[in-house]
Write a protein that binds this ligand. Structure first.
Ligand code: MGD
Ligand code: MGD
Ligand code: MO
Length: 808
């Protein structure tokens, strides 16, 4: 059912300040000021005993979380005297029990502690210390705008627009979040980027094998019909926490499916719970070895769906190899059976020491997988955020292909679950005359030695090479300059050198590690402090339309308004605004969205409702349903129109690109251990160190909120065997070290992590004396990560690390 205005709740009410109980207490005790149980609500302290009757108006406004967890859930602000008194969310009270409820998680519900944080950025500031030191001085908006306008002009004149870059930043999602590209395009463009830090390796391999539309799998509710659900490196309970995204869908699935669930993860993550959930530990980065050995068993035991492979795929065996590769033992089957590529048979005995799973267990898994119909294979983005990520995630996709479990009810395609979303139009960015783009992870390289970067050595697109190093960065709502980027110590050295990137502007709400590198730091308003809209979804879809919870405080401004001031100074205000306020744009964009999606309520209705929900009319979305039903009528957008298990395009890339040592690009999914320096334990660094996304933060967002830190401490998960060897006990302060740096954090001694691996949540706030020992007391894993990109995607291999651990 669709949520309509009739069942939306009225959003304004008046209540009696103090509770009825407090009033009762005052009457019963015959006194003035009352304090029941020592916890009198503020406002009951009275003069003359009638305070409880004093009427105070409380308004409620809807807003949405804009942080980059796909939840982007509803927030309900209770406001008194233009201040947020408390925050709740859309629940059964608003929706009715059976309806879709985009409830906020605990992080969303703590927003008041961030929005009214004493450390919130309130004024424009200029840097007075060294980059990274965090010393700033308040300035006026006039001075900030003048400085930014004159620096932008100088840099454009001196180095050209190609020297200006907008770093990857995910702190805000809304239909008008991307105002910066539009602003820069009014000034003649900027150096573009492609990809992201989330799933770059998968995004860059999938088009070669499945085509562009293959990135999303079936929705989770499709798995209700599955006999077996295999989940590789995914934890919806942690990474999709909202009330209407995958965590909820996952919980629902656990209750409804008849199938067994097996989670393959180096960590027994928080999603492994409940009926029939089984944890299969695995060494990080070795899924391809496991899947190759399973493939071996499927082939050896005649459990492969050859008809499916012949009809829908190319390159499984010699029968469907493309002309260019025929007769050369280059097929996937040749690789698995030891007659091609490395001439090694991928037996369970071969895989066992690599992935840490016994040969017998691999055989058992293969039997289960071969027999399971339907089979639903899903993976998160953990297996791909690695130095061998492209091949590691691709190999997982082979399991549904080998068994023909694709495009049918109860199946998926081995990628992450898909979602059903409400899609709203975004602020038009305009056109950049500069077509050059860098892979998003390579910005530090492009600052340091951009002019050496080419299409063949760094996957630059739109041009053969960069003409200019990055000289200026405009960073809105991101902590990727350091905290979230690879190798913080390296990033620091590049950013601290003011002769390299000459000018950095940051828009923030908190003094993050990246903000400390700003030359000008601007105070932003949260999206729930302005008009804002977002559409998203999981198994089902929703849209949130929000109004400002209060008037703007201090000297905070919206991004749109601050850019309007700078655009005005630079003579491009009319081009930037087209005479419209941000709200005018939101309204106009929404009307355009409604032209395409006629079921959407009117703008005024949407704003009144706050939360609008919609069930997926199809029930479940099945990946490749149309292709499976009729592959000729509905070809994939791969070169052959089929699923390419052997990709000629990749073979061509492997031949032409300039690759470093161990930069393996392969036309078929094969196992490689990845980079020696990040993936092969040594005597000095004998443990693997694998990252994950933490329930207590989204990346670094909320990482400064003490209340959340208390319940979500920064810990390294370490197996009791590894801890014992090092004399480490639960709760000890430990140091984790490798060639890139050293961090300090607490030990979580637990059998929930495979021996030989420690797991550290990403996103903790970096806290090191950068002119001293650089030991990071905040426990940020990016002090330990590399800035070397993965071979094909040039993506962030931030889960790939080796380390040593010792008691601090
Ligand atoms: N609470 C919370 N939610 C978030 C975020 C957050 O920071 N916090 N971030 C959001 C964003 S932007 C993104 S991109 C997503 C990230 O979502 P994901 O990338 O899916 O999350 P990760 O925690 O990195 O990885 C998922 C699981 O993979 C496991 N894993 C790591 N390496 C391997 C491997 O080689 N093989 C296997 N089989 N498993 C492996 C990890 O232990 C982890 O349990 O989450 C989003 N949601
Ligand atoms: N080692 C390691 N590193 C990783 C990952 C990993 O798995 N391991 N994951 C990577 C992934 S998937 C991603 S997506 C990136 C994410 O990296 P980022 O995009 O940097 O994400 P956050 O750390 O959440 O930073 C968002 C910033 O936005 C700010 N912010 C929040 N709300 C507002 C607002 O309303 N206005 C403004 N101006 N600012 C606001 C927050 O204070 C915060 O500093 O991290 C990547 N880094
Ligand atoms: Mo991400």
């Amino acid at each position: 059912m669709t949520k309509t205005l009739e069942n939306a709740q009225v959003s304004r009410r008046t209540f009696m300040k103090g509770s009825a109980l407090a009033g009762l207490g005052a009457a019963a005790m015959g006194t003035g000021a009352v304090s029941l149980f020592g916890c009198s609500p503020s406002g009951t302290e009275s003069k003359g005993g009638d305070a409880a009757k004093q009427a105070v108006e409380e308004t409620t406004t809807w807003g949405h979380c804009a942080i980059n967890c796909p939840g982007r859930c509803s927030l309900k602000f209770h406001v008194q005297d233009d201040e947020v008194a408390w925050v709740e969310t859309y629940t059964s009270k608003d929706a009715g029990f059976d309806e879709i409820q985009p409830r906020a998680c605990l992080r969303g519900r703590t927003y008041r502690r961030w929005l009214a944080n004493p450390d919130r950025i309130n004024y424009p500031m200029k840097r007075v210390g060294k980059r990274g030191e965090g010393k700033f001085e308040q300035i006026s908006w006039d001075e900030a705008v003048d400085t930014i306008a004159s620096e932008l002009k100088r840099i454009i004149d001196e180095y050209g627009n190609e020297s200006i870059y907008i770093p990857y930043a995910t702190g805000v999602s809304s239909t008008t979040a991307r105002s910066l590209p539009r602003f820069m395009n009014c000034l003649g463009g900027y150096l573009g980027s492609y990809g992201d830090y989330s799933a770059m390796q998968m995004e860059m391999i999938v088009p070669h094998t499945y085509g562009a539309s293959g990135f999303s799998g079936s929705t989770l509710n499709a798995a209700e019909d599955a006999a077996l659900i295999l989940a590789f490196g995914t934890s919806p309970t942690e990474t999709r926490q909202g009330g209407a995204v995958s965590h909820y869908d996952w919980v629902h699935l656990r209750e409804t499916t008849k199938g067994k669930m097996i989670y393959i993860d180096p960590r027994m993550n928080d999603s492994v719970m409940g009926r029939s959930a089984e944890w299969q530990p695995i060494n990080p980065g070795t899924d391809a070895a496991l899947c190759s050995a399973i493939a071996h068993e499927l082939i050896a035991n005649d459990l492969v769906d050859k008809e499916f492979l012949d009809t829908y795929c190319i390159g499984y065996d010699e029968d469907t190899m493309p002309e260019s590769a025929k007769g050369q033992n280059k097929s996937y089957k040749d690789y698995i059976m030891g007659t091609g590529y490395d001439m090694v048979e991928k037996t369970p005995e071969w895989a066992a020491p690599i992935c840490g799973i016994s040969a017998d267990r691999i055989k058992e898994l293969a039997q289960e997988i071969g027999a399971a119909k339907p089979l639903y294979v899903v993976q998160g983005w953990g297996p791909q955020r690695r130095s061998n990520g492209e091949l590691n995630c691709w190999s997982i996709m082979m399991l549904p292909l080998l068994t023909g479990q694709v495009g049918l009810p109860g199946t998926s395609n081995g990628c992450r679950e898909g979602s059903y979303s409400i899609s709203l139009q975004s602020l038009p960015a305009g056109d950049s005359p500069i077509k050059t783009k860098i892979p998003v992870f390579l910005f530090t390289e492009a600052i340091d030695h951009g002019t050496e970067m080419t299409a063949l050595n760094s996957a630059i697109t739109g041009a053969d090479k960069l003409n200019q190093n990055i000289k200026c960065m405009l960073n809105y709502a991101g902590n990727c300059l350091t905290n979230q980027h690879g190798d913080i110590n390296y990033a620091h050295d590049i950013l601290a050198d003011e002769s390299k990137c000459e000018f950095i502007v940051v828009w923030e709400t908190a003094m993050t590690d990246s903000a400390k590198y700003a030359d000008i730091l601007l105070p932003d308003l949260f999206r729930f402090e302005q008009v804002s809209q977002i559409g998203t979804g999981g198994d089902n879809a929703y849209m949130i339309s929000g109004q400002p919870c209060t008037t703007p405080k201090f000297e905070r401004k919206t991004l749109y308004d601050s850019l309007t001031l700078i655009a005005d100074k630079m003579g491009v205000k009319d081009a930037f605004t087209e005479g419209k306020t941000q709200e005018d744009w939101i309204k106009e964009l929404y009307e355009k969205s409604r032209e395409k999606d006629t079921e959407l309520p009117t703008y005024d209705e949407a704003m009144e409702m706050g939360v609008y929900t919609r069930k997926n009319p199809k029930g479940a979305t099945i990946a490749f349903e149309a292709f499976r039903a009729d592959p000729t009528a509905n070809p994939l957008d791969t070169p052959s129109g089929k699923i390419e298990i052997y990709s000629e395009t990749l073979a061509g890339i492997a031949e032409t690109w300039e690759l470093g040592e161990e930069d393996l690009i392969s036309p078929i999914p094969v196992y490689t251990h990845g980079f020696t320096e990040t993936d092969v334990p040594t005597d000095e660094y004998p443990l693997r160190c694998s990252g994950f996304h933490y329930r207590g933060r989204t990346h670094s967002s909320w990482g400064g909120i003490e209340l959340l830190k208390e319940v979500n401490p920064q810990e390294a998960w370490i197996n009791p065997a590894d801890a014992k060897e090092r004399g480490i006990k639960q709760g000890d302060k430990i140091r984790v070290k490798n060639a890139f740096g050293e961090i300090e954090l607490l030990a979580k001694v637990t059998p929930r992590v495979v021996p030989g691996t420690v797991c550290i949540s990403q996103g903790a706030w970096h806290d090191a004396d950068m002119s001293g020992d650089r030991v990071d007391k905040g426990g940020c894993i990016n002090t330990l990560t590399t800035h070397r990109p993965s071979p094909l995607a040039k993506g962030n291999p931030q889960h790939s690390n080796i380390c040593q651990v010792a008691k601090a």
